[in-house]
Design a protein around this ligand. Structure first.
Ligand code: RBF
Length: 339
């Protein structure tokens, strides 16, 4: 009797071991995609494009599915959000975007090695579970810096020459690419340009960004670049009120204020996310690699389709379009091979 009992227990252990092993090997469904928005999609074009690009790729793949999960503005919860996504066992691929995410994905990957991650607008090389693509935002900053420089100098040739930058927070791509690119664009127009930099402290407080923008405009700047997600709306409202200008980043800028937004330096995040997610769903395995894309290959550019851009003087537009064409051909050369 005792022997039978022991045999039964042993058999049960073997069955359990095999079933958990086969479950492990099958892993989560590779065609089941979680799009994690670290923030709120509405009001942040770079996130809106993340969602639309991933949804388009999934819609074209038979058997694939997608769920969009917003992490909200409290960055301290994002790691737990990602852990919950992984622990659900539902998703084989997590698609997300922003330079803070690779580090969080790497932490989750330690416990869930079968899940794969694609992070746009970020850089991490040599992690077997993670693929990243970084935009050359030095070029993106240069584009709107050059335009802001031309418009400012034209409005106030006697100077002093100053332009504003209202940022949500400091982070490496702002410090090392966006801000230096914006300043390089301004200084390419006139080396005496000065930057008036202010910080909001979060990505949602449009009242605070409006207050900062007002004080920058009052101090003499004519053009401000907001890098502030949804909070950038505050800069636009004050620009409209004071008859000043804004240059916009990422996408969908002109519709906010057709008279105030004079230019928008774009990233083709919808196209990029679509292409990469599609390739991964089709079996591509770019994990472990980190790409950098920019103006030469069309992922960083300029949207000329706005009324306030079209109503700039032909001389300004001609000078700007020449600078843009030169940039696409590599002058100035902001080549990035790693970050
Ligand atoms: N960009 C946005 O447009 N909206 C956001 O809510 C947002 N949150 C961010 C949070 C962190 C921690 C970091 C590092 C960046 C964030 N960005 C956000 C910036 C985004 O990655 C990109 O740099 C800007 O959109 C400019 O292209």
């Amino acid at each position: 009797m005792k022997r039978i009992k022991i045999l039964c227990i042993a058999a049960a252990i073997v069955v359990m071991a095999f079933s958990s092993c086969s479950k492990e090997m099958a892993g989560p469904d590779r065609l089941s995609v979680a799009v994690f928005v670290p923030g709120v999609a509405s009001g942040s074009p770079i996130y809106e494009m993340l969602v639309s690009g991933a949804q388009k790729a999934v819609a074209e793949k038979p058997g694939a599915s997608v769920k969009v999960i917003e992490g909200g503005y409290d960055q301290s919860t994002w790691l737990d959000n990602l852990r919950d996504i992984a622990a659900s066992g539902e998703f084989g691929l997590v698609v997300t975007s922003n330079p803070a995410l690779p580090e969080l994905c790497a932490k989750v990957a330690t416990d869930y090695p079968e899940i794969r991650f694609f992070v746009a607008d970020a850089y991490l090389i040599d992690h077997p579970s993670i693929h990243t693509v970084l935009y050359n935002q030095m070029e993106q900053g240069y584009i709107v810096g050059y335009l802001a420089g031309l418009v400012t100098r034209n409005a106030a040739p006697a100077g002093p020459l100053v332009a504003g930058l209202v940022a949500a927070q400091r982070y490496p791509t702002l410090d090392r690419l966006i801000q230096p690119g914006f300043e390089a664009g301004l200084k390419a127009v006139d080396p005496s340009f000065r930057l008036d930099y202010r910080e909001i402290g979060n990505w949602y407080d449009a009242n605070k960004s409006a207050e900062l923008a007002r004080s920058i405009y009052d101090a003499g700047a004519r053009v401000i670049l907001p890098i502030a997600g949804g909070a950038g709306q505050g800069v636009v409202s004050v620009a409209m009120e004071l008859g000043r200008q804004v240059v916009w980043f990422d996408g969908a800028g002109y519709q906010l204020a057709p008279d105030a937004v004079i230019g928008c330096a774009t990233v083709a995040q919808d196209k990029l996310v679509y292409e990469r997610v599609k390739a991964i769903l089709d079996g591509g395995k770019p994990f472990g690699t980190a790409d950098i894309v920019g103006a030469a290959d069309g992922y960083v550019g300029f949207d000329p389709d706005g009324p306030a851009y079209r109503s700039l003087s032909p001389e300004i537009r001609a000078a700007f379009e020449k600078a843009l064409a030169d940039l696409r051909k590599g002058t100035p050369d902001f080549t990035l091979t790693s970050f």
